[in-house]
Design a protein around this ligand. Sequence first.
Ligand SMILES: [Zn+2]
Length: 208
Amino acid sequence: MDFRIKTMKQAAKTLLTLVMLLTMGGQAYAGDLSMLNVVGAENASEEFTAAINNSISKIPDHILDYHKKIGATVSFSRNNLPGYDNTIAGIYYYDGDSRYDVMIRTDEAFYANYRFDLATTLPHEIGHFVWNVGFRDAASEEDRRILKEQYDFWKNYRFDCKNQEETFAALYVTHLNYPDHLIQEANDMFDRCEERIGLLNGAEESSQ
Ligand SMILES: [Zn+2]
């Protein structure tokens, strides 16, 4: 009897894995934390580490690669992020030497009590990185028009679309996970930003 239950459980597990693979839609990416400069890895539980790995699994490798290559870090903190109260899940630094660094909260109680979701925290902050490197000084007029229109639309529905840069970071996560929730030209705009970072990453590689 025991054996049968085990077999059924195993079958269910296999099926679940298969369904998960199918819903990933054949993405070739498999980004995880080993591709980033992580500081304070011990501050995340095994479960949180797995959830964070999963959250960045759809980000193209070259984005994570470039983040690491330029020396940017991702720090895990169980405590309040410096300079903020207890309502911030992640921060992205974009001034001075640490302009590309990310810090994220990793304590269980914080995520249990607030509206934040570990599945979106790190990809949102990476979205700021994509904005900073692939959009801010590099975007075409068309890209800027698309972002402005997305902001003008989504600010009415999403609390995280406070300004154009926040809208970019927030919608980047949507672009990764639910591209069909965005219009095609928004997805195309994100693809172009990712491509620009791909060029920078390639240039970095060939200069070494
Ligand atoms: Zn943000």
